[in-house]
Structure formats: C-alpha cells, structure tokens
Design a protein around this ligand. Structure first.
Ligand code: ZN
Length: 248
C-alpha cells in the first residue's frame, strides 16, 4: 500500500490539486494521511475539505481546523491568521464544520502515529529546532509508542531522530528515507502543501510506500499567483498573500 503524507493544505486548493496531480504521475496512492490544518490562511477552505473527502483518507485536527469551528480561541493567533480564521468561519458549510469537528487529535496506523503539532501537545506545539531543548525533544519521543511519528504545523520539512542510545538529532528531510534500515525512531515532517516556510515556495509532501518501506519526499510547482489572486479578491491579509511567493 502507498500513502500520501500531506500537511498544512491551508485552503490552498491550487497547491493541493498540484500535489494530487503529482501523486498520480508517480503511480498514485491508496490512501491520504493528512496531518491537519486543511483550512486557515488561504482562499478555498470549503473546496479543500471537499476535495480531500473525495479520497480515501485519514486526518488529524490542526490548530486552524479547530479555530475555524471556534473549538480553539483565536486570541493566541497573530492578527493576520486570526483575520483569515474569521473569514474562514463564514465560508464553511455545515458539512465542513461537522467534518472538522470530527477530526481526532491523534491517529495510530501500524508503525506510525499521526499528529498535527507534536506528540506531547498535538494541536499547538511546534516541533522546530531552535525552539526546543533536547529535553523537549526527548519528552516528545516518550509521548508516542510507535516507531515513527508524522507531524505538520511548522511547515518545515525536517526529521528528528532518536538513536538506540537515545541521542537526538535533527536534519532536513532527505529525498528518500529507507525505514527498514533505520534502527532510529523518527519524527518526520513532510513540510507544508499550502504555505511552505523553508524558503522554497513549492508545495511539499511525501509518499510512504509500505511494501518498499520507503518514504519519498517531493516538491511541486504550482500556480502561486492563482492562489494569490483569489486571496486578493477576498481581501485576505496581504502579508499572507505575499509570503506564498517566498515560501516563508
Ligand atoms: Zn499550519
């Protein structure tokens, strides 16, 4: 079985479609594993939920997904993110809200645990180097019992490793991870589909091939200006529009 690992679509339908097309060109997948934040920031929340639901998929809740249905207060959001959430709330159909309401915080599938933020705080903690002490990283590895954990939220494609001696390291995600040879436990972030933040504006995602025990990491060009045009039409905050050009 093959699985697409996607995170942080953020209502960017054009980027999401480009990723789905790229997946098809690589032989397709059996199921999508979505790491949350389907909505927020971008111009097409309803269409993104609708498109995701056309696929066999599992999905965990992100902070923007919860904020969009008022399950999370937006007082902790920056003003632009909060403004986009207020707009998003008006765009969601009843079915969309039900869908977001039903998303779990954590899903376990075989060797993998799926969360949006971190194993310790699935909704809001950022697993980002520089923000975390070694103790924080260690604590997070203690908060899931599978070999691998998949996270989103930071929109940065990185891999945390815990070796057999419980030493910790973090690297940029490589283009291929051979899981069968890994004695390490890993926390893998496939980067963001709809709002990359690693300085590369292309959409970011991964495919897990269960038979080969491989994770493949990909970047995909999409029509950024098409998404920006829609954001301008809906008067979404211009810093959110501009950042898509730069991937930060
Ligand atoms: Zn996000």
């Amino acid at each position: 079985m093959r699985y697409a690992i996607i995170a942080d679509v953020h209502s960017n339908l054009v980027a999401f479609q480009a990723v789905l097309q790229d997946i098809e060109s690589k032989g397709g997948i059996d199921e999508i594993w979505c790491l949350g934040d389907v909505v927020g920031y971008g111009p097409e929340p309803h269409a993104c939920i609708e498109l995701l639901c056309q696929y066999k998929h599992i999905c965990v809740a992100g902070n923007h997904d919860w904020a969009a249905i008022s399950k999370l207060d937006i007082s902790d959001f920056n003003p632009y993110a909060a403004q986009a959430i207020l707009w998003t709330r008006q765009q969601l159909a009843a079915g969309d809200m039900n869908y977001l309401q039903g998303l779990p915080q954590r899903i376990k599938r075989g060797d993998f645990t799926l969360v949006h933020g971190s194993p310790r705080h699935p909704i809001w903690e950022y697993l980002e180097p520089g923000w975390l002490s070694t103790k924080d990283v260690e604590d997070n590895f203690n908060q899931f019992d599978t070999k691998f954990c998949l996270v989103g939220h930071s929109h940065k494609p990185i891999v945390f490793q815990q070796d057999s001696l419980k030493h910790y390291s973090v690297t940029k995600i490589p283009s291929e991870i051979r899981l069968s040879f890994e004695s390490e436990r890993l926390i893998i972030n496939p980067g963001g589909v709809g709002q990359p933040r690693d300085g590369d504006p292309r959409a970011s995602y991964a495919i897990y091939d269960g038979e080969a025990q491989m994770v493949y990491y990909y970047r995909v060009n999409y029509d950024i200006s098409a998404t920006q045009q829609k954001m301008m039409e809906y008067n979404l905050p211009s810093p959110l529009t501009e950042r898509l050009s730069y991937g930060y």
